[in-house]
Write a protein that binds this ligand. Structure first.
Ligand code: G6P
Ligand code: ZN
Length: 544
């Protein structure tokens, strides 16, 4: 038996996992004992069972390899029988979810700060996923946080660093460490889900695309699947090598940070499809030639056409979206005769619905789309489903969007972000809104009449758990809406998100400028919430 070393420690403040794990600056994680305290707290509270397997991997950002080596030694000291590590320390978030499920691991540590920048002065993160492959639910993250506040030792063993770059098996203490190909299992799964033959055929007859991996984790996955298995030309995947600092960019696939892709898609000679994914590979951006598809619309359009993909034929049971995501998907669910679910922000809330078979496809306005194939949102999966649909229907993105709106109507949608504002001001704004709620129904803002206003509370239909205070909804007569929420993923100050939505029925103007169509909602948001008064800002920092 290898000797277990018990290292005395004291708690660090603020090790509370947010929407998606513990995210802090690298410098914070570099403090002696900081990562160890958190990882030990995870190991102390999660269910492991006999001869447990742990999955370990990350998006390759700065500090990834250091924490992986720490976690391997600690896993050995904490009684794991086996650790599966992606080669080079790489596993995209959806691939990690798949590997956890496929190899029946008791859970996994996913090292990522998602779309936040990477590098010595930037962000790092650790998230724990449970045996179903999904992010730990609030009961578990709460227990982890409680444990971090009383921890007095962490366990490790004396062992050399493992060579992370060579696929194979090594022993660390009494534990088996398997360095696995991070791409193969995931690529095989995608091939099972989608009609690769149909996609290959349109590629061979001239269908083109560009995939921007943003120097983040999806590069190797996209190269293998798009260029390797589907036959797209070499060079289809750009920024395809994962870099520790993502080349100094924000690996966030939106119109600001993927501007080059956007400009390409709006210009002369654009390929048929433009797509991108984020730091850890769970978000996606879809742009057709001359047509950006909002994440909310993407969910609705994918759901409406999901029958085109072999693995989903005849098995759509329900569609789930997070509350701030537009209601476009609800209209599809209604037309298809399946239930629509509205959950709080955060992918973890979809886990129970997926496990129970109540929902098949889920999506969020924050550029996440996915299905029951794993328990995370999945950037490349969304891109492949789009490809599958376009190939089978032999249609362009723009024509598909137009046909969709002509049938269901269009939910014009935008999100306004006020970043790095003072927490006091942000909290005061939300508190003032809460106080106003009861008086709002019936009030008029320009042409808009408030029908209902509430603080969103969710009762999970599977386990009955209640999540209250998940954002403030102001619903107007006619189906338009304004939602206010504070971000749960920031690492500095507070970020106010204002979600704006205007529903236009099929008989209305379906191809107008989004900004124009949301003017009334923007004015109403300011009038209701006093954004300028509470934040000192007269315009959002980011509009997506
Ligand atoms: C992460 C989660 C998503 C969630 C998003 C919300 O990306 O994985 O499920 O939608 O955070 O971020 P926010 O900053 O709005 O809390
Ligand atoms: Zn992400």
């Amino acid at each position: 038996m290898t000797e277990i070393l018990s290292m005395p420690t004291t708690p660090f403040d603020g090790q509370k996992p947010g929407t998606s794990g513990l995210r802090k600056k690298v410098k914070v994680f570099q403090q002696p004992g900081y990562a160890e305290n958190f990882i030990q707290s995870v190991f102390d509270v999660v269910e492991k069972g006999e001869a447990a397997t742990l999955v370990l991997g990350g998006d390759g950002r700065f500090h990834n390899r250091t924490v992986i080596q720490q976690a391997i030694r600690m896993a050995a000291a904490n009684g794991y029988a086996r650790v599966l590590v992606g080669q080079g320390g790489i596993l995209s978030t959806p691939a990690a979810s798949h590997v956890i499920r496929k190899y029946k691991a008791s859970g996994g540590l996913v090292l990522s700060a998602s779309h936040n920048p990477g590098g010595p002065d930037e962000d790092f993160g650790i998230k724990y996923n449970i045996a179903n492959g999904g992010p730990a639910p609030e009961g578990v993250t709460g227990a982890i946080h409680a444990r971090t506040q009383e921890i007095d030792r962490w366990l490790t063993i004396a062992a050399q660093d493992v060579d992370l770059d060579t696929v194979g098996i090594v022993e660390v203490g009494d534990m088996n460490v398997q360095i696995i190909d991070p791409v193969a299992d995931y690529a095989d799964l995608m091939e099972e889900l989608f009609d690769f033959a149909a996609i290959r055929k349109v590629v061979a007859s001239g269908f083109t695309m560009r995939f921007d991996a943003m120097s983040a984790v999806t590069g190797p996955y996209a190269k293998e699947i798009l260029e390797g298995r589907l036959g797209f030309a070499q060079g289809t995947v750009v920024n395809g090598t994962p870099l520790e600092d993502f080349g100094g960019h924000h690996p966030d696939p939106n119109l600001i940070h993927a501007k080059e892709l956007y400009d390409l898609m709006m210009g002369e000679g654009a390929p048929d499809l433009g797509a991108a994914s984020d730091g850890d590979g769970d978000r996606n951006l879809i742009i057709g030639r001359g047509r950006f598809i909002t994440p909310s619309d993407s969910l609705a359009m994918l759901a409406a056409n999901i029958e085109c993909a072999p693995a989903y034929k005849g098995r759509l049971t329900g569609i789930a979206r997070s509350m701030p995501t537009s209601a476009a998907a609800d209209r599809v669910a209604e037309a298809l005769g399946v239930p629509a679910f509205e959950t709080p922000t955060g992918w973890k809330f979809f886990g129970n619905l997926l496990d129970a078979g109540m929902a098949t496809i889920c999506g969020e306005e924050s550029a996440g789309t996915g299905s029951d194939h794993v328990r995370e949102k999945d950037g490349l999966w969304a891109v492949l489903l789009w490809l599958n649909i376009l190939a089978v229907r032999d249609i362009s993105v723009d024509d598909l969007a137009k046909a969709h709106w002509a049938r269901f109507g269009r939910n014009y949608y935008a999100r306004h972000d006020y970043e790095g504002i003072e927490k006091e001001g942000a909290d005061a704004l939300m508190a003032a809104l809460m106080d106003e709620l009861e008086a709002l129904p019936g009030q008029e803002f320009g042409d808009l009449v408030v029908e209902e206003a509430d603080s969103f509370s969710y009762t999970d239909p599977v386990d009955g758990s209640v999540s209250a205070n998940q954002g403030i909804r102001i619903l107007f007569v006619g189906g338009s809406r304004v939602v206010f929420r504070l971000s749960g993923t920031g690492t500095a100050g507070a970020t106010l998100r204002v979600y704006l939505e205007n529903y236009v029925p099929p008989s209305g103007d379906l191809d107008a400028e989004t900004g124009e169509m949301l003017k009334g909602q923007i004015a109403a948001a300011e009038a209701v919430a006093g954004i300028a008064r509470f934040t000192g800002r007269t315009a959002p920092d980011v509009i997506t």
